[in-house]
Design a protein around this ligand. Structure first.
Ligand code: NAD
Length: 353
C-alpha cells in the first residue's frame, strides 16, 4: 500500500495557560491591535468572563447566548457588533457561545479570540452552525475559525460533573468519528488516538475529584486534539446522526453525543477493524466498544435519549431523517432498519449491539 494523502492544518494560534487566562488573553488581544472588543459570554458565565476580560478594551458585552444559535439571535449579535463598531470578538464560554461568535464572524469578517469553558471543541474548527425552526444548518468557512484560542483548565472547574462528563464524551465522539469520517487521514487518526487516551485518562479523575486540576487539564488537551482531528476529517455517521437529533428535536448537544456514540461504534466497528483496534488500545480495552461502554459506566454517563426528551414515536422519523445524510464512505452499509434499531436502542438506553 502506498502512503498518499493530503492533510490540511488550520491556521490558528493555541495557547495553553492553566490559571493564567487573563494574562494570556490580554497578550493575545494586544497582539491583534484591537481597540474595540465585543465580549460574548452567556449570563451564567458573566462573572467568569469578567474576571478574565476586565483589562481588555471592551466596547460591548453581549450575553444573549442560545444553544444551536437561532438565526434571530445571531442577527441581533451581528447588529450589536456593527452598532458598536467592534474590531475583535472575544468569546468566553461553551460551544454555544463560541457558536454565536462564529455567527458574527461569518457575516462581519471580524476576527475571534476564543476562551473555551467546556470541552466542546468548537473553538478549534472552521465549522459554523445556525438553526432556523427545527432545521440546523452547518457550513465550513475560514472566517469563523478563531485566530487564537486560550485554554485555561481552571475555567472549567465550575462545570458540574454531569456536564463535564457529557462534554468530555462529546470530545471523545469527535475522536472516534474522525477514525472513519469522509476526509480522515493518518494524521487525524493519530490526533484522535492521543485525544481518546487523554480523555479516557482525564475524565475519571474529573469525576473523582471535580475540583482537581490535573484531570481537567487532560480533558481540555484531549478536547483540543479531538477538535482538530474532527475539523480535518469531517463529520462521520455519528455526527450526522447527532446533528439531526439536535436540530430536529432540540436535544441537548453533549449528552446526545454521549448516548449515541457507543451505538454508532457498535455498528461501524465490524467494518473498521483497524480503527477499532486503535480505539481499544487508546482505551486500554479488548475492543473499542467494551472500553467505551466501561468508561461510560465508570463516569455514570447519560445512556438514554428518552431521558433527554426524545419520544419513542419520534424514532422512525429520526431514522428517516438520518438515512439520506449517511456519509458515502461509512465503514458499513447502513439501512433504514439499522438506523431504527440503533436509535431505538439509544432511546431506551439498551446495550449497543
Ligand atoms: P453550551 O455551550 O450550551 O454549555 C452548556 C451549559 O454549560 C450552559 O448552560 C453553560 O452556561 C454552561 N457552562 C459553560 N461553561 C461553564 C463553566 N465553566 N462552568 C459552569 N457552567 C458552564 O454546551 P457545549 O456542549 O459546550 O456546546 C454545545 C454547542 O456547541 C452546540 O450548539 C454544538 O452544535 C456546538 N458545537 C459546535 C462545534 C463546531 O465545530 N462548530 C463543535 C462542538 C460543539
Amino acid at each position: 500500500m502506498s502512503l498518499r494523502f493530503v492533510h490540511e492544518t488550520l491556521p490558528q494560534r493555541v495557547r495553553f495557560a492553566s490559571g493564567a487566562a487573563a494574562e494570556a488573553l490580554a497578550a493575545e488581544v494586544a497582539g491583534t491591535g484591537a481597540q474595540r472588543v465585543m465580549v460574548v459570554a452567556a449570563g451564567a458565565e458573566s462573572d467568569l468572563a469578567g474576571r478574565i476580560t476586565d483589562g481588555l478594551p471592551v466596547a460591548l458585552r453581549h450575553d444573549e447566548v442560545v444553544m444551536h444559535v437561532p438565526v434571530a439571535v445571531a442577527e441581533r449579535a451581528r447588529a450589536a457588533a456593527r452598532e458598536h463598531d467592534v474590531d475583535l470578538v472575544v468569546s468566553v464560554g461553551g460551544g454555544s457561545t463560541t457558536g454565536l461568535a462564529k455567527a458574527v464572524a461569518l457575516e462581519t469578517g471580524l476576527p475571534i479570540v476564543a476562551v473555551p469553558t467546556t470541552y466542546a471543541g468548537s473553538e478549534a474548527t472552521d465549522v459554523w452552525g445556525l438553526t432556523e425552526g427545527s432545521t440546523k444548518t452547518t457550513g465550513v468557512d475560514a472566517r469563523v475559525l478563531p485566530r487564537c484560542v486560550v485554554y485555561d483548565a481552571t475555567l472549567t472547574l465550575s462545570l458540574p460533573v454531569d456536564l463535564s462528563v457529557a462534554s468530555g464524551l462529546n470530545a471523545l465522539a469527535h475522536c472516534v468519528d474522525s477514525m472513519w469520517a469522509p476526509r480522515t487521514d493518518p494524521v487525524d487518526q493519530a490526533l484522535a488516538t492521543e485525544g481518546i487516551r487523554a480523555l479516557a485518562a482525564g475524565l475519571p479523575r474529573v469525576v473523582d475529584d471535580p475540583g482537581g486540576l490535573e484531570g481537567r487539564e487532560q480533558v481540555l488537551y484531549g478536547a483540543y486534539l479531538s477538535a482538530i482531528a474532527f475539523a480535518s476529517a469531517g463529520s462521520g455517521l455519528h455526527h450526522k446522526t447527532c446533528h439531526v437529533l439536535g436540530g430536529r428535536y432540540d436535544l441537548p448537544h453533549a449528552p446526545t453525543h454521549a448516548v449515541v456514540l457507543p451505538h454508532v461504534l457498535a455498528l461501524n466497528a465490524p467494518g473498521a477493524p483497524e480503527a477499532d483496534a486503535r480505539i481499544a488500545a487508546a482505551l486500554g480495552s479488548e475492543t473499542g466498544l467494551a472500553g467505551l461502554w466501561d468508561l461510560g459506566r465508570r463516569l455514570d454517563a447519560p445512556r438514554a435519549l428518552r431521558d433527554l426528551g426524545l419520544g419513542e414515536d419520534q424514532v422512525p422519523d429520526a431514522a428517516a431523517a438520518v438515512l439520506p445524510v449517511v456519509p458515502e464512505g461509512n465503514p458499513v452499509p447502513v439501512t433504514m432498519d439499522d438506523l431504527t434499531r440503533l436509535l431505538h436502542d439509544a432511546w431506551e438506553g439498551a446495550e449497543p449491539r
